[in-house]
Design a protein around this ligand. Sequence first.
Ligand code: NDP
Length: 488
Amino acid sequence: MTTHKLFIDGEYRAAKSGKTFDKISPSTGKKIADVHEALAEDVNDAVEAAAAALNGPWGKMPKAERCDLLMKLADAIDARKADFMEAEVQDTGHTRGFAEKVEIPRGAANFRIFAEMLKNTGGEYFHMDTHDGTGAANLELHRPKGVIGVISPWNAPFLLMTWKVGPALACGNTVVVKPSEESPATATLLGEVMNEVGIPKGVYNVIHGFGPESAGELLTQHPKVNGITFTGETRTGEAIMKQAAIGLRDVSFELGGKNPAIVFADADMDKAIEVTMRSCFANTGQVCLGTERIYVERPIFDEFVSRLKAGADGLKQGGPDTDGATIGPLISAEHREKVLSYYKKAADLGATIVTGGGVPDFPEGDYRNEGFFVEPTIWTGLPEDSPIVREEIFGPCCHIQPFDTEEEVIAMANDTNYGLSATLLTENLGRAHRVGGKMEVGLVWVNSWFLRDLRTAFGGSKSSGIGREGGVHSLEFYTERTNLCLKL
Ligand code: NDP
């Protein structure tokens, strides 16, 4: 049985709380690890270690050297790819393909890209004229923000955690990471690789535990935490914002979504099906950027629905150890309950269930009967104010609605509290620009999905987030600017 300890000040430590909790496999329902649970004393130790490291070798290290070390770290992650992949798929139940092609390489890229970027950025200089004719020199200095609390979710644990740790460290900060209690393994393993490449102790710390009244909340309330970067549910973001208000700590939030895909009659149908199959069902629908609302122009509505149904029915359910599996389980029994409650609600509300709507029927004795699998599900026929169309379900499901005009579909797509992403399927360039520019979201994809250039701004509007990360936007959050004005 694996044990995940805390990683504090460069070493693995048992929780002083003396407590542990169980990590359950999503695909088999069986316990796979004991996880040490950090409480107040452990959280304090981690934050103190991170604060001390700011004044140690890390704080004094020249930027170029720091960035070289992070490049080495990225290479070391690549070299340990198989280990990271194994840790990730066992925790999450993800298919190996998703972990191998997307999650682990992106983890390494998250260090590489920000190290490269930081190496090539400097401060700004503004000369200012003054009445005495001598002038003044204004230097914009970028300083690390300090200790960053990183709170990350379970749906793409390594990718989303390193998306924050990469820029935070590149900017010279230190971090205390609180991964979701559902996905402790890769954050823990990263500690080993940090030591291997010589990242000074205290720079990267990991505490395990829960959110409310536990490690997460304690971390966000610690007075020595200078900034909090969080990815997770909108309601959790609201709670963290209140916690961060004490001491006015800066926050960056990447939150939930209820993202639309709009399929116009001029779309390439094969491409539209390929893109929406991925955006609805990749990672079992547990993707913040995933599509749960599809709007299809009426002339192609029936064809689209029947082809997406064929695609969903062709998915093969299985855990990471099942050959050829294309869709895995949900993360936990609790999350499955939540998703199934929406499946029931949709049926109660009179939705047409195009496919799915329940739990798959596996043969007796099949290991998957103990896992947290649900059927990929497609509905039609619900009104736009239905909870199925308005609330984030975070499962492998979508509702498809027909539309007649561009104006109508723009209004429907924007009629939501969320504003993370939208996907447009059209071969008409003018329409792509016109409609894309009117989407009230942080990201619009045209004829693609999850195509990410890490230099671009990433984040959501409305209830989907505060601030943007990615490229120079990450540098904005992870640094403090000082204007040094020098009278000449
Ligand atoms: P949660 O909000 O439930 O949890 C996220 C993290 O916050 C976990 O580590 C959790 O700990 C912790 N947490 C919970 N409550 C508190 C608290 N009061 N104080 C401090 N920390 C707390 O999200 P999920 O893990 O369920 O992730 C799924 C959600 O994440 C979806 O809504 C999805 O849309 C969103 N997401 C957004 C992305 C984006 O970029 N916009 C990307 C990916 C996901 P614990 O789990 O131990 O309770």
